[in-house]
Design a protein around this ligand. Structure first.
Ligand SMILES: [Zn+2]
Ligand SMILES: [Zn+2]
Length: 152
């Protein structure tokens, strides 16, 4: 994606487009799964941890990314799609792959309408499903096929 488009995305969320923010957003746009500050630090080796953490915090405060607690104890971040600022799609399920330990946003699957006791108000909800992702499933199927062929 071109820089002017990235800058526009930042300005749309009222975030001042600094070089670091442009770089981080560009990286996030390339990810197909949620990433941690550590992951980001590994991808962008010129950036320091504190700056990356602050950048993600700013993005989160402005609704550009959302934070995911997938139960691993490490917070992960994913971009929030424009269309998802309105409920009910804003609250979506996350999928944690127990094999590659990647966490994905499952965007076309809204959280069901849970029944709450009287006077309880939901502000946020976190549903993390666990299992095997497409990628890992595919790899294990290939292994099975390979062993089938080698069988006498
Ligand atoms: Zn996986
Ligand atoms: Zn998500």
């Amino acid at each position: 994606m071109e820089d002017p488009v990235i800058i526009q995305k930042l300005e749309h969320r009222e975030i001042k487009p600094t070089a670091m923010r442009i770089l981080v957003l560009k990286t996030l746009l390339k990810q197909t799964y949620a990433i941690s500050v550590n992951d980001l630090e590994n991808i962008l080796d010129r950036a320091d941890r504190i700056t990356l953490f602050r950048t993600l915090k700013t993005f989160e405060q402005h609704g550009l990314v959302h934070r995911i607690d997938d139960g691993t104890g490490v917070m992960k971040y994913a971009l929030t799609r424009e269309a998802y600022h309105s409920a009910p799609e804003r609250f979506h399920i996350h999928f944690f792959c127990t094999q590659c330990e990647k966490t994905y946003c499952i965007l076309n699957s809204a959280i069901p309408d849970f029944k709450l006791p009287v006077n309880f108000r939901m502000d946020d909800v976190s549903v993390v499903m666990k299992g095997i992702c497409d990628n890992c499933n595919h790899q294990s199927r290939q292994k099975i096929n390979a062993s089938d062929k080698s069988a006498p």
